[in-house]
Design a protein around this ligand. Sequence first.
Ligand code: PRP
Length: 186
Amino acid sequence: MSVEQLGFAAPAIDLVVVDADALQRRIRELGAQIARDYAGRDIHVVAVLKGSIAVVADLLRAIDARVSVDFIAVSSYGPQSLASGAVRLVKDLDESLEGRHILVVEDVIDTGLTVNYILRILRSRRPATLEIATLIDKPAHRLIDLPIRYVGFTLPDVFVIGYGLDFRGRYRNLPYLATLKPAAMS
Ligand code: PRP
């Protein structure tokens, strides 16, 4: 990608991991696959804030089927407590899940603790089916084995920003996935 295409973040970007075209192509593929898999069934997407904002916005439009969406937000108490699975519900869903076909949409699954916590909450609400879609699967530090139905990209243990993913709240608006230069993270 050219410096112009990198936009305001160009000085901070180390490597572009997935460019905007490749992201959109993969999202379209996932959307088509989901529409096929759920043929004849309404899909209720549960998007996990905030990182999933970009992928859910594009994925919804890539699914040619009847889809509704709701949002949930959780927060960890920091790395140590996350390792113990301590996750807190910050924003609950607005709608009931009972009897519905639920597709949880995440930006990244790393240890798996966050989505595992969310699945426990959602399962207790008796959905008809419950599946997971993630833009990025980072299996290197997985602590909990999860059946992830839809994966955009499997990445090694690299810290990526853009397309919803942040560093200290910024860079979520980039249309590509990239790594930051060490100097940009100090
Ligand atoms: C990220 C991501 C997942 C979680 C994955 O959220 O959106 O929810 O971390 O990590 P895990 O598999 O190790 O639990 P983050 O805490 O960065 O919040 P954000 O989505 O609001 O940026």
